[in-house]
Design a protein around this ligand. Structure first.
Ligand code: NAD
Ligand code: TYD
Length: 351
């Protein structure tokens, strides 16, 4: 039995990872910690509520005492750090919390893991710290080229800069103390349980409520979309077989403009849910400050070394995702009530 300390496991990708791992393995125990910010929802974890291999604790990764206490209570084999402030638009308005959670929180986790795992002669056998990062740390691409693991970090937003700061601290622990680490850098994920402030669930939610679909700038920015389960599979593979100290980029050559994404969602909702939903809902709004133009990942390394490939094509993934939101309207209602709704109204009141 291996014990994983998963952080941010009540958020979008973290909860998908917890569900994926507990479904796939009987010999995996997950200690799931999450601060439960606006983005963390225990409802995401209801399928594993009674699973004895899932232990949830409400803990802030910046709280060194609480994190260290977990390493004393449980024998942790792996740390998988998903916990982060993750939304670029919020980072433009409130950079401080991004620096705190994404940089200092990462250092707090690294320190606690080091304290528990470092031995007189090196490191405990078989342990690993995996940092879940993003392709956004590489900055923005022009019309051609891809991000490789060797691409220099050149982040632009407070979000991506704070993620790059976290990555560099993980790299530093790997280089300086020889801590067993990996970093994964993934492209944009989509799928069930994604908070509806991100493009795909926001557009689905607004389509279903016949609200305007805000498109930043000219809508021709490109993101490289990956179905969340394919990302979970990649993380599982990197923990098990990733070479220590290495970075792995995760992406599926699935580049789309934002307008393309919005149009596929409109079309699906029009054809399957409500004929009155159409492209007149598309609303061009002021561009995001410092909006990265294009992201595109070269996944050759993880394919060649670990045999990873994305199993879900966009056409299938987007249908699965829309269907999931249709089947889980209560979830949507619950997470968009209260604090988020106020934020959303404030964001768009002047657009
Ligand atoms: P999310 O915002 O949905 O979830 C983040 C989770 O972290 C939430 O449950 C939140 O409550 C928790 N959290 C925030 N601050 C915390 C703290 N101080 N202590 C403990 N928990 C805290 O984000 P996500 O989309 O699931 O992203 C997960 C990770 O993957 C992040 O590190 C993000 O940078 C990275 N990533 C995301 C994407 C994407 O497309 N969503 C792409 C690449 C990388
Ligand atoms: P987002 O989901 O916020 O992810 P990220 O900024 O991390 O890539 O945004 C994806 C793309 O969609 C990005 O180019 C910004 C754009 N976008 C819109 O055009 N309208 C929106 O309402 C949102 C949230 C994003």
């Amino acid at each position: 039995m291996k014990t994983y300390l998963v952080t941010g496991g009540a958020g979008f990708i973290g909860s998908n990872f917890v569900l994926y791992m507990l479904k796939k393995y009987d010999d995996v125990r997950i200690v799931n910690i999450d601060k439960l910010t606006y983005a963390g929802n225990l409802e995401n974890l209801k399928d594993v509520e009674n699973n004895p291999n899932h232990i949830f604790r409400q803990v802030d990764i910046c709280d060194a005492e609480a994190v260290e206490a977990l390493f004393e209570e449980f024998t942790i084999d792996y740390v998988v750090n998903f916990a982060a402030e993750s939304h670029v638009d919020r980072s433009i308005k409130e950079p401080e919390i991004f620096a705190k959670t994404n940089v200092l929180g990462t250092v707090t986790l690294l320190n606690a893991a080091k304290k528990a795992w470092e031995t007189e002669n090196g490191w405990k056998e078989g342990v690993k710290y995996l940092q879940v990062s993003t392709d956004e740390v590489y900055g923005s691409l022009g019309e051609t080229g891809y991000f490789m693991e060797t691409t220099p970090l050149d982040p632009n937003s407070p979000y991506s800069s704070s993620k790059a700061g976290g990555d560099l601290m993980v790299k530093a622990y790997g280089e300086t103390y020889k801590m067993p680490i990996n970093i994964t850098r993934c492209s944009n994920n989509y799928g069930p349980y994604q908070f509806p402030e991100k493009l795909i669930p926001l557009v689905i939610n607004n389509c279903l409520n016949k609200k305007p679909l805000p498109i930043y700038g000219d809508g021709l920015n490109v993101r490289d979309w990956l179905y969340v389960e394919d990302h979970c599979k990649a993380i599982d593979m990197v923990i098990r077989n990733g070479r220590l100290g290495e970075v792995y980029n995760v992406g599926g050559h699935n580049e789309r403009t934002n307008i393309h994404i919005v149009k596929t969602i409109i079309e699906y909702v029009h054809d399957n849910v409500d004929e009155s939903v159409n492209e007149t809902l598309m609303t061009f709004v002021e561009d995001r400050k410092g909006h990265d133009r294009r992201y595109g990942i070269d996944p050759t390394k993880i394919k060649d070394e670990l045999g990873w490939y994305p199993e879900t094509p966009y056409e299938e993934g987007i249908k699965l995702t829309i269907k999931w939101y249709l089947d889980n309207m209560d979830w949507m209602k619950n997470v968009t009530s209260g604090e988020y709704q106020n934020y959303y109204n404030k964001m768009y009141s002047n657009k």
